[in-house]
Design a protein around this ligand. Structure first.
Ligand code: CO8
Length: 260
């Protein structure tokens, strides 16, 4: 299947999905999210696929977040709906019956970090930077990131990252458990492919069942957490602060938040 914003390459039983909007650092607009959904539905059905790698086009960015251009005009209902839809798409990736490796080749910010966290294993280039900078725009993570980040790095670190909006380098992300491996940029795809091939060599039913069981192990109150996250996201879409945060981004200036 051909996509406008994704490159999908098959090498034997391994499929590499590349988010391909380099002009906006591979930001996820609605169209790309819909394509990701369609692509992962195809991958689920294809018995010839044993492992998937997700990466970003170019050397600078994995995915620099949701496309802020599409977020800036949404109202409460639209924001909540977009959040719920994004959560559902990332859940499809998390629940794919095949292993998914994120090869983080640069910025993994906001929705990009959330996309990486929906993958099973994260391998980062030494040059990658990760973070949840949504508060700088007057919003919060909306693709399940509040839940997945907390599970990966613990309460304190999740709050620090989400409250400060600060980016961290790959090595720090590795230290806190946000990424599983850090390699040099030229080794990134090779390392991801090698791991994908190793896993693809195991029984696919074993991998599928292991994945299912491991995912359930951490599924405490995550459903409720996602609902709360989406509701909060919708609330923020009615605020002046969200408009100010996004306007400031495009005007390339510091935002002035007023708490309304
Ligand atoms: N959305 C839209 N455009 C973007 C985005 C984005 N997330 N990120 C970068 N771009 C664009 C820039 O506007 C710029 O466009 P132009 O060339 O037309 O000015 C181009 O990409 C290149 O970016 P920069 O010039 O800014 O590149 P720098 O190297 O100076 O900076 C950064 C790189 C630090 C990554 C910077 O681009 C940046 O801060 N980007 C935004 C990061 C961010 O805030 N991400 C979070 C977005 S919100 C989000 O992800 C919410 C997820 C949940 C949503 C749930 C409901 C929808």
């Amino acid at each position: 299947m051909e996509y406008k914003n994704l490159l999908v390459e098959k090498d034997g039983t391994i499929v590499t999905v590349t988010i391909n909007r380099p002009k906006v650092l591979n930001a996820l607009n609605d169209e790309t999210m819909a394509e990701l959904e369609a692509c992962f539905e195809e991958l689920e059905k294809d018995d010839g696929v044993r492992a998937v790698i997700v990466t970003g086009s170019g050397e600078k960015s994995f995915v620099a977040g949701a496309d802020i251009g599409e977020l800036k005009d949404q109202d409460r209902k639209g924001g909540e709906e977009r959040s719920l839809r994004g959560q559902a798409i990332l859940l499809k990736i998390e629940n794919l019956s095949k292993p998914v490796i994120a090869a983080i080749n640069g910025y993994a910010l906001g929705g990009g970090c959330e996309l990486a966290m929906a993958c099973d294993i994260r391998i980062a280039s030494e040059t990658a930077k990760l973070g949840q900078p949504e508060v700088n725009l007057g919003i919060i993570p909306g693709y399940g990131g509040t839940q997945r980040l907390t599970r990966l790095v613990g309460l304190g670190k999740a709050k620090e990252l989400i409250f400060t909006g600060e980016m961290i380098h790959a090595q720090e992300a590795h230290r806190i458990g946000l990424v599983d491996k850090v390699v040099s940029p030229d080794q990134l795809m090779e390392t991801a492919k090698k791991m994908a091939k190793t896993i693809a060599g195991k029984g696919p039913i074993a991998i599928a069942n292991a994945k299912k069981a491991i995912n359930i192990a951490l599924d405490g109150n995550v459903k409720k957490g996602r609902e709360v996250e989406a509701e909060g996201f919708g609330v923020l879409c009615e605020t002046e602060d969200m408009k100010e945060g996004m306007a400031a981004f495009f005007e390339k200036r510091e935002p002035k938040f007023v708490g309304k």
